[in-house]
Design a protein around this ligand. Structure first.
Ligand code: 5RP
Length: 239
């Protein structure tokens, strides 16, 4: 990593944080050490990332800007005075910083609780390193307790639900205000329960090629290089 803005603080003081919100703020702040001076940073979506955006605002003069994974994050970045670039305007990014709904010991994740999984995967793939920021409740042995988000083309919804049923999963169309939620890409989200994803790489490859699936919320091919886990004892770095 070139010119980190904040030197690493692996041996940080033991901070006792209590609430989940404080743990998120802790890892949001800790992620600054991975932001590279003078380089555009990839920014994810969610309540943990919102803490990172707050922290990033403090060093906005030292980066050209960000590539954002959702309209919601774009709005927050701009409100924080951070320029937002289209992914097509920039080349490879040094880092992508995002949260997760679950993360296993190898850095494989379930993502998409905020319905932004497709753009998140695009930016993760455009980045050299994925830095995951999460509180300790997200750490699991096997992915699948959190309902797996899958972005689908609405026409294929029932066919994809049947495919998951054959694997033992129960899929439901995510609703917002009594209607199917529409993503930033104009598609729908299925949330799938009842799965135990023991081979995340193979699972992601398989589901990705089902007709009508835009993106499956398993991030195994684009897994985290580093996970900053907020715990009551401080930030644990897993890599
Ligand atoms: C959004 C995501 C988020 O990163 C994930 O849902 C975690 O969110 P939070 O930080 O609010 O717990 O994948 O699509």
């Amino acid at each position: 990593q070139r010119h980190p803005i904040i030197p690493g603080f692996r041996n940080q003081p033991r901070i006792v944080a209590v609430s989940q919100d404080e743990l998120k703020a802790l890892v949001g702040q800790a992620a600054l050490q991975y932001v590279v001076q003078g380089e555009v940073v990839g920014v994810g979506t969610g309540s943990t990332v919102n803490k990172f955006i707050e922290a990033l605002a403090g060093i906005r003069d030292r980066i050209p800007g960000a590539v954002s994974s959702s309209d919601a994050s774009t709005e927050r970045l701009r409100a924080a005075g951070i320029r937002v670039f289209d992914a097509n305007e920039v080349g490879e990014l040094a880092v992508y910083i995002d949260g997760a709904d679950e993360i296993d010991g190898a850095g494989h994740m379930i993502k998409g609780g905020g319905a932004a999984l497709t753009r998140e995967k695009i930016i993760a793939a455009q980045s050299r390193r994925f830095i995951c920021i999460a509180d300790e409740s997200k750490r699991v042995e096997v992915l699948g307790r959190f309902p797996l988000p899958v972005e689908v083309i609405p026409m294929a919804t029932q066919a994809v639900i049947r495919k998951f049923a054959a694997l033992g999963g129960a899929a439901q169309v995510r609703q917002r205000e009594g209607r199917p939620l529409v993503t930033d890409n104009g598609q729908h989200i299925l949330d799938v329960t009842g799965l135990q994803i023991r081979s995340p790489l193979a699972f992601e490859s398989e589901v990705n090629q089902w007709p009508g699936v835009v993106t499956v919320g398993v991030f195994a091919h684009q897994k985290a290089a580093v996970c900053l886990l907020g715990t009551a004892g401080g930030v644990q770095t897993l890599n």
